[in-house]
Write a protein that binds this ligand. Structure first.
Ligand code: UDP
Length: 238
């Protein structure tokens, strides 16, 4: 197996749900602080990092809460939710001593930088963690697709998708106790078997541009650093 480790530059996709902890809604700052520590740990090793943050812990365009709204307006609300999450993560990263920049796909000049590809690359070269907010900036997309898009644009060596479980299983491990975890999968496997890892457009974008996706869980301390060393538990899709 020609595993492309070690990585020089990676994109980390954090879902909004990953920031909400045990509560059913919003941002759990203790969780954000812990995640910031995980990111700092990796940042210290010299790996260039950027982050795409979801917003599902606050608002989703397709959720019940949005019923009765135009899809486009609801999606803009979802994108704005990701900006709140981005500011929370930025705050705790900077408290942990990690220099950061937030770039939003929807320009918001008094809050953060607008998304400018070349500038984002420069920030990473200077050792700053770039946090991408507002998804792709377009309704009808998800932050998973934004993660794949930014990973391609930033020339990342891998897309690290943090989920609630430590990889892709052949059945839901929370419901089926003897479900087994895949070590590796091809993009074709994921699409053919309709394994719901990320949405189809994200998978297709990663496949077409040769960016491996590593699915792992951030529950265990040190998990992010482990995955980047090729240790720990994860599923590699390539
Ligand atoms: N969204 C969007 N375009 C994008 C990214 C996100 O319209 O490019 C909206 C969409 O309504 C989505 C919400 O923002 O439901 C929050 O993003 P997502 O559901 O991907 O967050 P996650 O599941 O990662 O928490």
């Amino acid at each position: 197996d020609t595993c492309p480790l070690p990585f020089r530059r990676v994109l980390l996709k954090l879902s909004g749900e990953g920031l909400m902890g045990v509560q059913g809604y919003g941002i759990d700052l203790d969780v954000v602080q812990r995640l910031a520590g995980e990111i700092r740990h990796v940042h210290e090793t010299g790996v260039q990092l950027c982050v795409v943050i979801g917003g599902g812990n606050i608002f989703r365009g397709l959720s019940k809460a949005a019923r009765g709204m135009d899809r486009t307006s609801a999606d803009y609300m979802g994108m704005l939710a990701t900006v709140m999450n981005a500011l929370a993560v930025q705050n705790f990263l900077e408290k942990a001593g990690v220099p950061t920049r937030v770039q939003s796909a929807i320009p918001m000049a008094s809050v953060c930088e607008p998304y400018i590809r070349r500038r984002a690359v420069r920030h990473m070269e200077k050792g700053r963690v770039v946090i991408f907010a507002a998804g792709t900036g377009n309704p009808f997309f998800t932050t998973d697709t934004a993660a794949a898009l930014r990973a391609v644009e930033m020339n990342c060596d891998a897309l690290l998708k943090a989920t609630q479980v430590d990889g892709v299983y052949d059945a839901d491990p929370k419901l089926v106790p003897d479900a087994s975890r895949y070590e590796t999968l091809t993009f074709g496997d994921v699409l053919r078997q309709d394994l719901r890892v990320m949405d189809t457009s994200a998978i297709a974008l990663a496949r077409d541009n040769g960016i491996p996706i590593l699915v792992f869980s951030l529950q265990q301390p040190g998990a992010l650093a482990d995955v980047l060393r090729g240790a720990g538990r994860y599923t590699m899709i390539r």
